[in-house]
Write a protein that binds this ligand. Structure first.
Ligand SMILES: *Cc1c(COP(=O)(O)O)cnc(C)c1O
Length: 361
């Protein structure tokens, strides 16, 4: 079977060049006589892989020297627990901006570790926008402020970041490396790999060095950022194959002009679909215009029946995994870095034909 256009929200499409490279490196990687999957994480070959992955990640994202880069497991969801466990270090209070399902989960989990103040929420607006941060009720003594820079389920994104004096902790799972960010504005950035970095099983973080070392003495060793920082993420076995694939993705991004190059392509892809939504009388965008995500384009059709017809015809035409999250319904087209511009353009053409055919009926 031929490859389809995979619009999944995650795990998601990977660059074909990277997949082909992985295939080439199996069963034998360079002069090791084995594949990366079979290799010791203490081998010289793997240490080079993870070292290069870190260097590339630092260069692509512009991670300053006073930050650790950590390779972890447990997904972004484990960070919902690790962030409060490690960063609630003085007042044991944290501010959360609740802009979607994952942001809400993060806030709920943090409540197990200390006191959580929901400084702002867009839940009353069906998460169709980012709340007005100038009106947010930030605490004066929060240990950190947590935001979710891209809302994967509803399809919104932060266009500016709060500045309260407390370190900013950001879940960037669904838009890391998709557009430049000033890392120095954040105390901590984390992202599950399976959207914009590589296969699932890996979660990456960049954390300011002065924020590490404050987990309680009885914190489980694998939940303490210091364990990863002190051992170059090799305290125990990391997800070796995912780290290797991530390294290849970083090289691929660099070859395409880095994160700035990605942003240009991502804006192009998103504009193709949003322009169509703005012109359509059948498809209707979910997110408020000013907060539209570049990564997850969400829209609805007038009723369930048409939605089901659309999804089934799209799938038959090779556009798969377009079903919206069950909380929103409708359609979600995820346009992560690895989705080519041609994929977005081909989907838009299909949507135009679908709408025209309905009009003729
Ligand atoms: C996908 C996603 C998560 C959950 O990630 P896991 O790696 O499955 O734990 C959390 N936050 C955001 C913003 C996401 O997009």
């Amino acid at each position: 079977m031929e490859r389809v256009y995979n619009f999944a929200a995650g795990p998601a499409v990977l660059p074909l060049e990277v997949l082909n490279r992985i295939r080439k490196d199996i069963p034998v990687f360079q002069d090791t006589g084995m594949s990366v999957m079979e290799m010791s994480h203490r081998s010289k070959a793997f240490e080079e892989i993870i070292g290069e992955a870190e260097r590339l990640f630092r260069r692509l994202l512009g991670v300053p020297d006073d930050y650790h880069v950590l390779f972890m497991q447990g997904g972004a969801t484990l960070q919902f627990s690790m962030v409060p466990l490690n960063l609630m270090r003085r007042s044991k209070k944290a501010d959360y901006v609740v802009t979607g399902l994952f942001a809400r989960k993060a806030a709920q989990e943090a409540g197990k570790f200390g006191s959580v103040n929901v400084a702002a929420s867009s839940e009353d607006r069906g998460f169709a926008r980012i709340p007005d941060l100038s009106a947010a009720a930030f605490s004066s003594d929060a240990d950190y402020v947590h935001i979710t820079t891209n809302n994967t389920v509803y399809g919104t994104r932060f266009t500016s970041f709060p500045e309260t004096g407390a370190p900013l902790a950001a879940d960037m799972s669904s838009n890391i490396l998709s557009e430049p960010v000033d890392v120095s504005r954040f105390g901590l950035i984390y992202a599950g790999a399976q959207k914009n970095i590589g296969p699932s099983g890996l979660c990456m973080a960049a954390v300011r060095k002065d924020l590490v070392g404050f987990a309680p003495a009885d914190a489980p060793v694998m939940l303490d950022y210091r364990t990863y920082a002190d051992h170059a993420s090799l305290y125990n076995t990391p997800p070796t194959f995912a780290v290797y694939a991530a390294k290849l993705v970083f090289e691929w991004i660099e070859g395409k002009g880095g994160v700035a190059g990605m942003e240009k392509l991502n804006r192009e892809k998103a504009a193709i679909l949003y322009d169509l939504l703005d012109d359509s009388s059948l498809f209707k965008g979910v997110a408020d215009r000013e907060f539209r995500s570049l990564m997850n384009v969400t829209f609805t059709l007038p009723n369930e029946e048409l939605t089901a017809e659309f999804l089934s015809e799209a799938s038959a035409a090779g556009f798969v995994n377009l079903k919206g999250h069950r909380a929103v319904g409708g359609v979600r087209a995820s346009l992560y870095n690895a989705m080519p511009v041609e994929g977005a353009a081909a989907l838009a053409d299909f949507m135009k034909r679908f709408e025209a055919a309905r009009r003729r009926r």
